[in-house]
Design a protein around this ligand. Structure first.
Ligand SMILES: NC(=O)C1=CN([C@@H]2O[C@H](COP(=O)(O)OP(=O)(O)OC[C@H]3O[C@@H](n4cnc5c(N)ncnc54)[C@H](O)[C@@H]3O)[C@@H](O)[C@H]2O)C=CC1
Ligand SMILES: O=C(O)CCC(=O)C(=O)O
Length: 477
């Protein structure tokens, strides 16, 4: 498919390639949506966006849908893959992430890429992605993508903001008890044939204080579960948030560290959270306290944690995330990957998990559906609702009764005078509806215009492309 096929209209002159008139129903079956049985597929509660337009909506496509090339990395869930395949897109799904050189090679060809937390979509990678219009992060974190570069180059980014939050919170609960009872060590000893019945340094969690750093989707879920087990909950967050149940916000990190028996980290990876827990912060924690990190590897200075555990200051820790993580299953987690790898592995009462906080059947299928739906909505209709790096813009769907309508999407630099110039171009037609919004340097305009002949579409597209402010133009019909 030529580069511009997602932008330049290529349908036959009679406008009837069969694709633009069919309405695909890619939504999952709502009949199963409330099941909690592990035997049945689980679907998360409705996300805030509406999902693909329903039956009366006209399917907008300026391209043969089988020409849309999608690369999915890191074992994206089958539920998501199916939604994309049902659209007729060409989907290549790989189980692992790719090293940078292979990623650069592959990304040149694709219109859509789906990743999880491992794949790094840096500016250096994205500058090779000449055909890419949208990125789907099939996870919560979007720190692995250069969001600014993507926006400035007209590439929308979507994620799933909360579909795995519960899974992370449940893992934390399991780990809190496991640490308090030194269960991982006892289990390891038994696997090695050693009977070691001890109560020394083993505790109930009832009445202990859990300190949550970052009281967002994960932190708040965890708060409720911890209180149900009789724990007292305090939390620290950069914004003022109402505590659930009887949880109490504390004014600063030090107050949290000195007031908690268990400290658990649920902040995003940003500049301010880099090495947020280092030597100083560990020394502020209670003697014999526990540390859990399922946020990002960069949040904890692991060398400092090793020292604090060796000294006995920290009685146990659980780590799910690391500064450098292997690219695929079966790869080694050793000192070649992270300098302290072997030393870390030798510590007692330390739970090490391979970034599985969100890895449950329920979470992965819900994320698969949610992100795939957002990608379909963006590719076919230009809807940016839920995008993390673009203004959120949507228009009601065109209907089958509106045959000569086209939808114009114009992503442009947010500078004065653009709307006037765009509307001079669109003004030769009837602008039925229009919405525009900006986010920083980038603005997104969507307009539905009527009485457009197929033969005029190319000129319309070209006139918008010729404007100096243009980042990307798409015309859907
Ligand atoms: N281990 C895993 O598999 C998973 C890891 N995660 C990680 O967990 C992180 C948190 O997830 P959510 O709770 O869904 O995010 P969220 O965005 O709902 O909550 C994050 C909270 O951290 C707060 N925060 C930001 N900077 C802070 C700072 N410097 N100090 C204190 N609080 C700060 C925010 O105000 C917000 O309330 C994600 O960004 C992701 O990196 C998320 C899901 C799965
Ligand atoms: O499951 C994954 O690949 C990533 C989970 C995660 O860290 C996230 O959702 O941010």
């Amino acid at each position: 498919m030529p580069t511009a096929a997602l932008n330049i209209p290529e349908r036959p002159a009679n406008g009837d390639n069969g694709l633009s008139r069919t309405v695909s129903n890619s939504r999952h079956d709502p009949a199963n949506s409330l099941s909690t049985s592990p035997q049945l597929s689980f679907h998360s509660p409705q996300a805030s966006y509406a999902g693909p337009p329903k039956v009366s909506a006209k399917q907008l496509r300026p391209f043969q849908s089988q020409d849309v090339k999608i690369l999915l990395l890191e074992n994206v869930n089958l539920a998501g893959q199916e939604i994309l395949k049902k659209q007729g897109y060409q989907v290549e799904a790989l189980k692992s992430s790719l090293p940078e050189d292979q990623l650069i090679e592959k990304i040149q060809d694709v219109n859509v890429i789906g990743i999880r937390s491992k794949t790094q979509l840096s500016a250096n990678v994205l500058k090779h992605a000449k055909n890419l219009i949208v990125i789907g992060c099939f996870c919560i974190g979007t720190n692995q993508v250069d969001l600014q570069y993507a926006a400035e180059n007209g590439i929308a980014v979507f994620n799933s903001p909360f579909s795995n939050s519960r899974s992370v919170a449940e893992l934390m609960i399991g780990e809190i008890i496991t640490l308090a009872r030194q269960m991982a060590d006892r289990s390891m000893e038994m696997h090695n044939g050693v009977w070691n019945k001890v109560s020394n340094g083993c505790w109930e969690v009832r009445g202990k204080t859990l300190g949550i750093v970052g009281y967002g989707h994960v932190g708040a879920q965890l708060s409720v579960l911890a209180e149900a087990m009789g724990m007292r909950v305090i939390y620290y967050d950069v914004i003022n948030l109402m505590g659930l149940g009887t949880a109490q916000q504390v004014p600063n990190l030090e107050a949290l560290l000195s007031g908690a028996d268990f400290v658990t980290l649920h902040v995003p990876e940003i500049e301010e959270t880099k090495n947020m827990i280092g030597e100083k912060e560990l020394s502020q924690m209670r003697n014999g306290a526990y540390l859990l990190n399922a946020s990002r590897g960069s949040v904890v200075d692991i060398a400092a944690l090793i020292a604090a555990m060796k000294s006995g200051k920290i009685a146990g820790a659980a780590l799910d995330v690391y500064p450098n993580e292997p690219g695929k299953n079966g790869e080694h987690f050793n000192s070649q990957l992270n300098a302290w790898g072997e030393e870390l592995r030798s510590l007692k009462n330390l739970i090490l998990t391979p970034h599985i906080g969100g890895s449950t059947e329920e979470a992965q299928s819900a994320i698969g559906v949610e992100v795939a739906d957002a990608l379909v909505n963006y590719v076919n209709f230009g809807t940016t609702t839920g995008a993390v790096n673009m203004p959120e813009v949507t228009l009601r769907s065109l209907t089958l009764d509106e045959p000569n309508h086209v939808r114009v999407i114009y992503i442009h630099r947010n500078v004065p005078g653009v709307l006037r110039r765009v509307n001079e171009i669109l003004g030769d037609h009837n602008v039925d509806k229009q919405m525009t919004d900006s986010r920083g340097e980038v603005a997104y305009l969507m307009a539905d215009i009527s009485n457009v002949n197929v033969s005029e579409i190319k000129d319309l597209y070209q006139s918008l492309e010729d404007l100096g402010s243009r980042i990307r133009t798409r015309v859907l019909y």
